[in-house]
Design a protein around this ligand. Sequence first.
Ligand code: MRU
Length: 352
Amino acid sequence: MAMQALQWQDETLHVLDQTLLPNEVRFIELHTLADVWEAIKALRVRGAPLIGITAGYGILVGLHEKNPGDAAGVLETVQESCAYLATSRPTAVNLFWALDRMKKVAETHAPSMTHAELMSRLETEANAIYAEEIASCRAIGEYGAPLVPEGGGVLTHCNAGGLATGEYGTALAPMFRAWELGRRFHVFADETRPLLQGARLTAWELSQAGIPVTLLCDNTAAQVMREGRVQLVIVGADRIAANGDTANKIGTYSVAVLAHAHQIPFYVAAPFSTFDLSLEHGRHIPIELRDPKEVTEGFGKRTAPEGIDVYSPAFDVTPADYIAGIITERGILRPPFEKSIAQHTTMVARDV
Ligand code: MRU
């Protein structure tokens, strides 16, 4: 059930161009830092953990492109590349988390390592980010699988599967694992306007895995809940504040309110790389605004009057009060989240 949306091979970054799915499965090569920036901005690679993984390898792409001659030049290039990639998308904190890791490695080792040693150490760090995210997704699957109801319905919003992460997904990981364990259930995938990650990606990914899935227009979720066909909601996250408030794809907040109204447990699934403990509340999370054209002429067809005013935030923030639990690689965190998040945050400094 593992999905590979990215490969680092022969010092080249290959990514699955997700804007082409589900019609075409095509890997593209990113040769320059500008290619990496554009791929993130245009959602060729997307989903918080995958954006972080791409950023880690993106730093290597920048180094191979600029080809600095010594360790000091490597450090300078890494610093410049981090600043540049940080401007691609503002909400998923995994981007900044991965860039910080790469920068810290360069800053720590540039004074003592040779050029070759530092390049190799940076590649090791990018590989470690990728490997850790894969392992986190597996663990999220293990912790979350028992929540999936035998014979029940699970609703998800946007795409938080293997396409958005390392291999296994976050919100989809408990479903993949439960399915592997022999549990049978049905998934409802919101189509996720305006860029249709639910229709193009989640419905595709689940179908590929042989898990029964029904696609819903976003405005259908309430009706399906009222019909008693949904027993669980699991979504991913782009940034989780210290109090548990969670930014995820626009429309997630309304799903959470609906789940609350129908007394259906609403879970968030995310690795710790998605937590931003520097933010006390979700209202401080920066929300990306997207190009109005994605709403008025998405996928090449004009569906609104010329010149119409559009408001298109890419994400919204679900208040922690609506969240039954956050499924992480360290277990399921329960309210009050200020306490459970703090308890599960390892304060041990990592070796760089
Ligand atoms: O704009 P996108 O497609 O990058 O938004 C993705 C989401 O909102 C996902 O739900 C989130 O990043 C979690 S991915 C495991």
